[in-house]
Design a protein. Structure first.
Length: 339
């Protein structure tokens, strides 16, 4: 680890391999190769070692327990074998591969919950294949929340890059259904979890939140929709009364340029693309999905399985590297926050 790391280092981080036919194995291996250059903490892959060997010829060692990872990390990528996916064909997802991904995720969550791992980093999964093996959650976030005993509505997805953090209030909801899904209580709940998450995971003692309006020009005082007046502003006023530093609602088209970003620590957005378009425009190759409101640290690269380039040595590991780094930073901030 880098010299700036604490004298008593954290346990290694568990990185679930995701779908073995996707880019997860490749970007994890490439992250290990850049461990020194990017000052990454010790981590170990969780899943099927064969999926790594299918795309990488570097040093790999099978470990039987997380505590073996730190010693092995210097010379080889440690892998905790929890399932076998059979014949791995990069770019060709399979039912057996999805089952392996689910076993790996389950095992990695358990290790983070027990404290054997300092946190959890999840590589991308193919949800279409997962649904065929009985997966019933909208995504990995909801699965992790359930396994941690947290109601899915209390687990908040934040997308983060070096100069922007965004939280979608509604996520996988059809655009036509967003106005019906938005409530004052939902905005208030997301904002409180976000503020607490900024304190615990980012070390920001007094978080500054800003809120995007739903409608163009933030509704123009009700002439282009009343959601700001009826739903969003009451939530902001209630949060201010509770002591939060929160402002808005502001027109979303002027909320993400460089000067605007200097005025807040996180932006609350009303729907999926309102949050994800700016973060992916700025940080497509190194954006991180961090889940707030959990008893464990959980991050993930902000991209999918990329089956189309799997096995071609074309995957950029930037987002996985950023996810591992953010997990380490969050874990250290949590130690300080908890005293």
């Amino acid at each position: 680890m880098a010299a700036s790391q604490p004298a008593n280092p954290l346990p290694p981080f568990a990185v679930s391999l995701g779908d073995p036919a996707g880019v997860g194995p490749e970007i994890i291996a490439k992250s290990w190769m850049m461990r020194d250059a990017r000052s990454l903490p010790p981590f170990f892959a969780v899943g099927d070692a064969a999926s790594i060997r299918a795309v990488w010829t570097g040093p790999l060692t099978i470990i039987s327990a997380p505590e073996e990872a730190a010693a092995a990390f210097k010379d080889a990528l440690p892998c905790l074998q929890v399932a076998e996916a059979g014949d791995i064909i990069p770019g060709k997802p399979s039912i057996e591969g999805a089952r392996t991904a689910l076993h790996a995720l389950e095992a990695a969550v358990g290790l983070a919950r027990s404290g054997a791992a300092a946190g959890l980093v999840t590589a991308p999964v193919g949800k279409a294949q997962l649904y065929e093996v009985g997966f019933t959650h909208p995504g990995q976030t909801e699965f992790v929340a359930e396994r941690c005993g947290i109601a899915r509505e209390n687990a908040v997805m934040m997308l983060a890059g070096p100069s922007l953090r965004v939280v979608p209030i509604t996520i996988h909801v059809a655009l036509a259904d967003v106005p019906k899904a938005l409530t004052t209580d939902l905005i208030r709940s997301r904002a409180i979890t976000t503020a607490k998450g900024l304190q615990r995971n980012f070390g920001i003692a007094a978080p500054r939140l800003t809120v995007a309006g739903l409608n163009p020009h933030s509704g123009e005082n009700g002439t282009i929709g009343r959601e700001e007046i009826d739903i969003i502003i009451p939530a902001i006023e209630a949060l201010k009364a509770e002591g939060l530093d929160i402002s808005g609602p502001f027109a979303a088209d002027g909320l993400f340029h460089a000067r605007a970003r200097e005025g807040y620590d996180a932006a609350l957005c009303m729907y999926h693309d309102q949050a994800l378009i700016p973060i992916k425009t700025l940080y497509f190759d190194d954006g991180v999905n961090i889940t707030l409101g959990l008893p464990i640290v959980r991050t993930s690269p902000d991209h999918g399985t990329a089956f189309g380039i799997a096995g071609q040595n074309a995957a950029n590991p930037g987002a996985m590297i950023a996810a591992i780094r953010m997990a380490a930073e969050a874990a250290r901030h949590r130690l300080a926050y908890n005293g």
